[in-house]
Design a protein. Structure first.
Length: 262
């Protein structure tokens, strides 16, 4: 339509009309580009907000997981110390024997600790990390997710786990596997479950555990590792998670203000 009008005005040598048509075309193109840029900016802002919301949820889940893991380690450290403090039992002390066997076994429990990094990995792999305009937040997220502070006790203290399982008979080990309360994804509680009803030689088993000096050395090391892991989680990872969460909160608040002003 506009092209036909321009051609007619040129044929008529109506240069004023041609100039007006040209201005209309230029202004129309400019407005179209601006609208397109505005829509693209809105889509980009919405994507950034979505990623920030997901990142916030990941960090919140990390904090819950870390706190529950601290509670598990505290319980295991307590049981490990009780096992190390145990002394030889006399015949007939079945109840006490079971407490000792259970303590030795529970102290060997291990659940890998991994940060929930799905959103961050998605942003990196898709090239969307730049959507986070706050470079400080971006750097903090990168530091949080790429630092080598993942703790996997099953790979750190394998000796004690293997040693105690070599001494505890398979049927008792199978019974001890029922002495857990697990609620995915994070909650793991070691329970004071009763002894197997058909076991009569628990005193002998407990005394074997107490007397094994190599096992005791491995347990000392395991307790030390859990103490160190607790320190790292409490003084480093949880602090980093809280700081990252606060920066995400600030970014989300800034986005809300920016969206409201448009």
């Amino acid at each position: 339509m506009i092209l036909r009008s321009v051609m007619r005005h040129i044929q008529d040598q109506n240069w004023t009309a041609v100039a007006i048509d040209f201005v209309i075309v230029v202004v129309g193109v400019f407005i179209g580009i601006q609208v397109s840029n505005f829509n693209a900016a809105r889509v980009e802002a919405a994507n950034a907000d979505s990623y920030l919301q997901r990142l916030h949820q990941d960090v919140s889940d990390d904090i819950v997981m870390l706190q529950q893991r601290q509670a598990l380690w505290a319980r295991q450290i307590k049981l490990g110390r009780e096992a190390l403090a145990a002394t030889e039992l006399r015949p007939g002390e079945q109840a006490r024997a079971w407490e000792i066997v259970r303590a030795f076994h529970h102290a060997s429990n291990s659940v890998p600790l991994h940060l929930r990094d799905g959103t961050y990995a998605d942003m990196v792999s898709s090239g969307q990390l730049g959507l986070i305009a706050d470079t400080g937040l971006r750097d903090r997220a990168t530091l949080y997710y790429t630092s080598s502070w993942g703790i996997d006790l099953s790979s750190i203290i394998p000796e004690y786990r293997m040693s105690v399982r070599r001494i505890i008979p398979p049927d008792i080990h199978a019974h001890l596997l029922l002495c857990h309360e697990v609620e995915p994804p994070h909650r793991h509680i070691l329970t004071d479950c009763p002894a197997p009803a058909d076991e009569n030689d628990l005193v002998e088993l407990a005394n074997s555990l107490i007397a094994d000096q190599r096992l005791r050395g491995d347990l000392v090391y395991a307790v030390s590792v859990m103490n160190t892991s607790t320190y790292i989680v409490d003084g480093v990872i949880l602090v980093a998670a809280a700081e990252l969460q606060a920066r995400i909160d600030d970014a989300l608040s800034a986005d809300e203000i920016a969206m409201a002003s448009r």
